[in-house]
Design a protein around this ligand. Sequence first.
Ligand code: FAD
Ligand code: NAI
Length: 484
Amino acid sequence: MAKEFVYEMSRNFDVVVIGAGPAGYVAAIRATQHGKSVACIDEWQNKDGKNAFGGTCLNAGCIPSKVLLESSELFHKARHEFAKHGIKTTGVELDLGTMQKRRANIVRQLTNGIAGLFKANKIDGLVGHGKLLAGKQVEYTTADGEVEIIMADNVILASGSSPVELQIASFDGDKIVDSWGALEFDAVPDRLGVVGAGIIGLELGSVWARLGSQVTVLEAMDDFLFMVDRDVAKLVAKDFKRQGLDIKLGATVTAATVGKKGVAVAYDDANGTHSIEFDKLVVAVGRRPHTDNLFSSDAGIQIDERGFVVVDDECRTRVKGVYAVGDCVRGPMLAHKGSEEGVMVADLIAGESAEVNYDVIPSVIYTSPEIAWVGKNEAEVKDSGRAYKTGSFPFAASGRAKAMEQTTGMVKIISSRDDDEILGVHIVGPMAGELIAEAVLAMEFSASTEDIQRTIHAHPSLAEAVHEAALAVDKKALNFPNPP
Ligand code: FAD
Ligand code: NAI
């Protein structure tokens, strides 16, 4: 039976945000800080059928993956590393049910926290689908199918992204899953296949390998982690191998056939055609902007050839008063990039000047060792033609890293020869994702390596490795021999 639609010309807001992920909810909060009336519409539904704010990041991405990375690392340490500290453990057992409940609880706490923030900031959090119509009208459809037309002075599209699906290995929600499915396994698969050795493939591959799966990662490209500095990529490739992650490069998956017991995967590489059986297969070959039914054809919004909403440097679409932020626009698909765009747009709407420094966005891969970087890698600096110098310092020479029994990795800094400006910082090792913040701040202020050299770092700390790498740029490292 056809739904009965209710069309009303009722509410009018200064700002309507479509999408309550880290880009959209942050934009909404900042807009209310400017005294704007704000509604934020979101349709996210979790696997239990409940709606929740927070988008991919809180429900199915950053947060649940980091929870499982933490838990699985502790499990792995208890079984394999405590003995080195003189702590004997026997009978360490996995209770995956409790581990998964903890993940779900943390997600619930944080997503409820956003609902709380909306209330505290007097934001109208609307559950349902939002669609931009011509003239900055927003069609809001509730889960019951009721429709309301909301008038907005400004609209922010923050609809996020969704996983790319391979035709030859389409998701069945059971044996072939996307990253969300792989976060919610209720048993450890004996044999786990992962298509794509990107960030998701490595993070989730690490989780399940630590919990006992035999993990094989099939990567189409010949280069491992092409976006990462080559010194770092070489180091981690070796370490992942030591950890038992079987990463096959130059491997093109040609078929995936679901059977009763698992998935039979065929792939080609330089040595010919192979087949391999898995209990579960995770497909993690990238994400695409999610713009399904986001705007009407007469709304004036332009989409590029890859499906991204076209915006300028200040996230303005072609329509005055309509902006787009986060994963649905160009740039890295990272939560903090989306949030900063959300803040910028809200500030611009309030008449303030604001910008996002796209050259200084940190990236972190939360594997062990952790990988973090900001700015250019050495190959990119070389290609730019600018004369440069590099310095690095290994965690093997850090007292704090030794105390932590985490000496794999290093800090590498690249700076210009002419004025010593820091051009890129690459960290692989313990707490790399935390240590990179110093480099981001330094680069935000266009610091030189000398600025870091002259900054006092606490002893003994991992941050001393950043200090020493900066010293090494000028062959002045104190706790490691400087190369000739
Ligand atoms: P999203 O978080 O995708 O939110 C968009 C929201 O809009 C969703 O709730 C969606 O339901 C809603 N929506 C879409 N269209 C409509 C509509 N028409 N009407 C109503 N609602 C709509 N990034 C990091 O920086 N660090 C990490 O550690 C990290 N880990 C990740 C791990 C995994 C497994 C995955 C998959 C991603 C990870 N990411 C990480 C990426 C990060 O999740 C995204 O970059 C981020 O969520 C993008 O934010 P967003 O607000 O643009 O979109
Ligand atoms: P990705 O772009 O990081 O990696 C995808 C990988 O799959 C690439 O190496 C690519 O060469 C490979 N690939 C593509 N097609 C293939 C095929 N047919 N067969 C085999 N390999 C193939 O994408 P991923 O891992 O899906 O993550 C998506 C995005 O989510 C990331 O780019 C990142 O922006 C975000 N993310 C961020 C995290 C973080 O900040 N720690 C964690 C997880 C995701």
